[in-house]
Design a protein around this ligand. Structure first.
Ligand code: TXA
Ligand code: MG
Length: 336
């Protein structure tokens, strides 16, 4: 569908967004992780518009967003104790919990044929306000064209989806910058993180004990547990190289082959190599992976719209938020 004019909605005009959602239209809105593209999770026609607008493969299920823990029972009668503990500890916040979908309440296209459902209560005040004012559980993937880096500002959404969605609610820049952690609790004995994100494995384990990590394809199976993880993701159009402490080597190599280098790194690295760079984008003053995570997608998008021909991006240790950061960066680089 082509919308003649996508509406840009400021926070004080949220009622317009509510009206669109009630009519079965799609509306982009801010969350604390990235912008989401929302539609009524119980209305199949509305949800299909999300897949159309994004160009998203239909076998990739959507997360349903809630404003109140009580809404979980709309979708499942089976809430294990560990799920309750995680909700108490991390909701509202960047954690998606996969549970059995036992009520048949979500539209078919939300679960993409699975008998499970991903649920999350975001903490962004505008997201909560929208969910509560509409009183509609919203199915919402990240509000980007499928395969591109997720949007961390309303301008990013506009760039990708103008004229493809009814409205974009502007809530400024998001906070976390990377998508929520997805944890599968359909088997309570074996809680498994399917996608690392804003809540770390260690934080989760401090509440429910040991969890497994499986953000890769399941061995011997072509179908990964979180279907979305199999697609090339988060990727700009330019080649991305993940650079650890071998900056001199990479910079020299790229210069030699005539590349226009874009450096995506903390200020210290940028200063060391600024003369060889065609463009730079700072991931923060210090080597702080929390700040780098907030800026990663913005930087990838910045270089996509610039004349650089390759992007050299800073690696961080794979611990805490660094696990999610490296997961997204390696996907952008096509490493896994
Ligand atoms: O932070 C976020 O989670 C953002 C904001 C908008 O909430 N949303 C987001 O949605 O990142 P999306 O669609 O881009 O990623 C959802 C991921 C996909 O990898 C999908 O396959 C997985 O969650 N997923 C959703 N429902 C699932 C289910 N029932 N079983 C397994 N994986 C599921
Ligand atoms: Mg996404």
């Amino acid at each position: 569908m082509i919308y003649v004019e996508t509406l840009w909605i400021r926070s004080e005009n949220l009622s317009k967004a509510v009206a669109y959602l009630r009519q079965g239209e799609v509306v982009a809105f801010p969350t604390e992780t990235v912008y989401g593209l929302g539609a009524d999770a119980t209305n199949d026609q509305a949800v299909q518009k999300i897949y159309q607008a994004k160009g998203r493969p239909s076998d990739n299920p959507l997360i349903v967003h809630l404003y109140d823990k009580k809404q979980v029972t709309l979708f499942t009668d089976s809430i294990p104790k560990k799920a309750e503990q995680l909700m108490a500890a991390f909701w509202p916040g960047p954690l998606t919990i996969i549970l059995p979908h036992t009520t048949d309440r979500a539209a078919k296209s939300v679960t993409a044929g699975l008998n499970t459902i991903g649920l999350r209560m975001p903490s962004h005040p505008l997201a909560l306000e929208l969910l509560e004012a509409s009183d509609i559980p919203l199915a919402a993937p990240s509000a980007n064209i499928s395969g591109k880096p997720s949007p961390t500002s309303a301008e990013h959404v506009w760039h990708d989806l103008k004229d493809k969605v009814a409205a974009v609610v502007d809530g400024g820049e998001t906070g976390v910058g990377l998508e929520s952690t997805v944890i599968d609790l359909t088997n309570e004995q074996e809680p498994t993180i399917l996608r690392p994100g804003g809540v770390s494995k260690e934080e989760i384990e401090s509440v429910i004990g040991p969890v497994k990590m499986n953000s890769q394809f399941i061995e011997g199976d072509t179908r990964p547990k979180a279907p979305g993880m199999k697609y090339r993701h988060y990727s700009p159009d330019k080649p991305v190289y993940v650079v650890d402490n071998n900056w001199d080597y990479y910079v020299a190599k790229m210069l030699k082959s005539g590349e226009k280098i874009g450096i995506l790194a903390s200020d210290k690295i940028i200063h060391q190599h600024a003369e060889s760079a065609y463009g730079v984008f700072s991931l923060g003053k210090d080597n702080d992976v929390t700040v780098a995570s907030q800026l990663l997608y913005k930087g990838l998008r910045y270089f996509d719209d610039s004349d650089v021909t390759v992007i050299l991006a800073q690696a961080f240790p794979k611990e805490g938020m660094g696990v999610a950061y490296m997961n997204r960066l390696e996907k952008a680089a096509g490493v896994n």
